[in-house]
Design a protein around this ligand. Structure first.
Ligand SMILES: NC(=O)c1ccc[n+]([C@@H]2O[C@H](COP(=O)([O-])OP(=O)(O)OC[C@H]3O[C@@H](n4cnc5c(N)ncnc54)[C@H](O)[C@@H]3O)[C@@H](O)[C@H]2O)c1
Length: 248
């Protein structure tokens, strides 16, 4: 088991990639806090883990709300004594062409991805520094590197995540805390439109050398690697688990 007795927080884990990561961490022996806006979804994922013999709790939390994040981190620390791993995975899209995008759509996406990741980082980092151990994982996207039509807000947020990853890595290396980012490409509700709408689906698949979308479970090994001691000498890196989309 690669994460035996580690304590992990996975945000946006009520479905999709986050849910698959939470389950994978539990299989590797971690105690997992399944965090989501949607309490029912978080509790379902946690209950499923517990049913399979793992240790997990589901906690409702809006990552863009600082007070809620602090309360959530406090609850996890109280239950398991520490936090070793943070996966900043929660994310949303608010798609619109840039001349039609509202200020609210712009702000909502930045709030969840950037403010959310920053709030969670600050809520857990003090304990990690004290214990001289931590694994911070960020989730970026091909959109942050290549840009996307109709998603200037999301592309800006995901490019911002890359800067956060590198600054986190540089600033925390002295405390034996690593920070890395994953750029996934997976079949989840978030990507439903581009996977199923005839206007986009062929075009998108043409850009993926492997010629298909991944199941979330196919990219969780990368999340396990960055959370485990196997990556102890890897920090500030971005690994795209995207079927090769970003080499095209
Ligand atoms: N699916 C892909 O191909 C893909 C590609 C690149 C990047 N990503 C990134 O991967 C991450 C997960 O994506 P997914 O496809 O699994 O998405 P998803 O939409 O299936 O799941 C996202 C989860 O985040 C939760 N969430 C949303 N806002 C939140 C908030 N403020 N606080 C707490 N939880 C919140 C949602 O309730 C949901 O359960 C996101 O950061 C996304 O941008 C996904």
């Amino acid at each position: 088991m690669q994460l035996k007795d580690r304590v992990a927080i996975v945000t946006g884990a009520g479905q999709g990639i986050g849910a698959a990561v939470a389950a994978a961490y539990a299989r590797e022996g971690a105690k997992v806090a399944v965090i989501d806006l949607n309490l029912d979804a978080a509790q379902r994922v946690a209950a499923d883990i517990v049913e399979r013999g793992g240790d997990a709790i589901g906690v409702a939390c809006d990552v863009s709300n600082r007070e809620q994040v602090e309360a959530m981190a406090g609850e996890v620390e109280k239950r398991w004594g520490r936090i070793d791993i943070l996966v900043n995975n929660a994310g949303i899209t608010r798609t619109a062409m840039l001349n039609k995008m509202t200020g609210e759509q712009w702000q909502q996406v930045l709030n969840v991805h950037l403010n959310g990741a920053f709030n969670c980082l600050q809520a857990v980092v003090g304990g990690m520094i004290e214990r001289r151990y931590g694994r911070i994982l960020y989730v970026t996207s091909a959109a942050g590197v290549l840009g996307t039509i109709g998603q200037i807000n999301y592309s800006a947020a995901k490019a911002g995540i890359l800067g956060m990853t590198k600054s986190t890595a540089k600033e925390l290396a002295r405390y034996n805390i690593t920070a890395n980012a994953i750029a996934p490409g997976a079949a989840t509700p978030m990507t439903e439109t581009i996977r199923t709408d005839d206007r986009f689906k062929e075009k998108y698949l043409d850009r993926i050398p492997l010629g298909r979308w991944a199941e979330p479970e196919e990219i969780t090994p990368v999340f396990v690697f960055f959370a485990s001691d196997a990556s102890s000498y890897v920090t500030g890196q971005v690994l795209a688990a995207d079927g090769g989309m970003t080499i095209n």
